[in-house]
Design a protein around this ligand. Structure first.
Ligand code: WAQ
Ligand code: MG
Length: 273
C-alpha cells in the first residue's frame, strides 16, 4: 500500500525516438503521471508506427521516474502569427526577427543553409537541434548528426485544458503546436539562448516558428515548400563565459514544467521593409 502511494504521487519522463532504415523518423517527450503513463506510452508508440514519412523500423521508449521536487518551472511564451505569401517572404520574416535579437547575418545564413540542405549531412535530418553561436555562426553541438534533443518537459496536467482552450480561439489547438510551444518555453529558460528557429521535417507541415524571450513564439505560416522532408531546429546561443556543457545538460536532462496560459495575438500579415 505504501509503495503504491509513493507511485501515484510521482511523475515519469517519457521519451520516444523512432527511426526508419537508420534515419531519424520522429520523436516525442513529456512528463506524465503514474495513472497516464501506460496510455501515453501507447500513444507515442502509435505515433512512431503511423508517421506520414513511413512506419518506424526501430522505436526506443524511455521511461524514468522523476522526483517532483527536482522539476523546475517557467512560463509559456506569448503566441503570435505572421502570415506570409510564400517561403521566400517567410524566411525574410524569420531573418528580420533574428536580426532584431542581434543574431549576426553570418549565423542566420549558416542556420538557413543547414536547415534547407539537411542539418545532419546533405539530405539528412537531425534528431535534435543545432546549437549555433549567434555571433560567429559556428556550430557548437558536440555531435552534428544527432544534435541536442530537448526533453523532460511538459505542461502541468492542471493547465493543459486552459492552454488548449486559448489555442482553440486561433484555430491552433493541435498537439503539434502545444509540443512546439512547450519545447520553446524550456529552451527560452536557458539564459545562454538568444533565439530559436524551427520548421518541421514532416513534408505536409509548412508552418514554422521563431521564438525569443522578448518577442515570444512567432508562428510564420510558410517556412518551406509542401512536400519538403527536410527541416529542423536551431538554438542561437551567446555563451558569454557560460559553460556549453551546462547548457546542453539543462536542455537535455533538466525536468521542466511549463506554466501559465499563453497570451495570443491575432494573425498579422508580414510587410517587407
Ligand atoms: N529537441 C531538439 N530538437 C528537436 C526536438 C527536440 N525535442 N524535436 C524535434 N526536433 C528537431 C529535429 O531536428 C526534427 O527533425 C525537427 O526539429 C522538426 O521536428 O506553431 O512539427 O517534430 O504551427 O517535425 C512547428 C510549428 C512545428 C508549429 C515543428 O517539428 C506551429 C514540428 P518536428
Ligand atoms: Mg517531424
Amino acid at each position: 500500500m505504501i509503495i503504491f502511494a509513493v507511485m501515484i504521487d510521482s511523475f515519469y519522463s517519457l521519451r520516444m525516438h523512432s527511426s526508419l532504415k537508420g534515419q531519424h523518423l520522429s520523436g516525442a517527450e513529456g512528463i506524465v503521471s503514474f495513472e497516464s503513463l501506460e496510455g501515453e506510452t501507447l500513444a507515442m508508440l502509435h505515433r512512431a508506427l503511423t508517421h506520414e514519412r513511413g512506419c518506424a523500423t526501430r522505436i526506443a521508449l524511455h521511461v524514468e521516474s522523476l522526483a517532483p521536487q527536482d522539476i523546475l518551472e517557467g512560463p509559456i511564451p506569448e503566441l503570435s502569427t505572421i502570415e506570409v505569401d510564400d517561403v521566400a517572404q517567410g524566411r525574410r520574416a524569420a531573418r528580420a526577427l533574428l536580426r532584431q535579437e542581434g543574431v549576426s547575418p553570418r549565423a542566420i545564413d549558416r542556420a538557413m543553409q543547414d536547415l534547407a540542405a539537411g542539418a545532419a549531412s546533405p539530405g539528412v535530418n537531425m534528431r535534435g537541434a543545432m546549437l549555433i553561436d549567434a555571433a560567429t555562426g559556428q556550430r557548437l553541438e558536440p555531435d552534428p548528426c544527432r544534435g541536442i534533443r530537448v526533453s523532460r518537459m511538459d505542461l502541468r496536467a492542471s493547465g493543459k485544458a486552459l492552454v488548449f482552450e486559448a489555442l482553440k480561439q486561433f484555430g491552433a489547438a493541435r498537439l503539434r503546436v502545444k509540443e512546439a510551444l512547450v519545447l520553446a518555453a524550456k529552451v527560452q529558460a536557458a539564459p545562454a539562448v538568444v533565439a530559436e528557429l524551427c520548421w518541421s521535417d514532416d513534408p505536409s507541415y509548412v508552418t514554422g516558428y521563431f521564438c525569443s524571450r522578448t518577442l515570444g513564439y512567432v508562428r510564420i505560416t510558410r517556412l518551406k515548400e509542401p512536400g519538403e522532408a527536410l527541416g529542423g531546429r536551431v538554438f542561437f546561443v551567446n555563451l558569454q563565459g557560460r559553460v556549453k556543457e551546462e547548457l546542453i545538460e539543462f536542455l537535455q536532462r533538466q525536468p521542466f514544467w511549463v506554466t501559465g496560459v499563453p497570451r495570443i495575438h491575432p494573425p498579422r500579415p508580414w510587410r517587407d521593409e
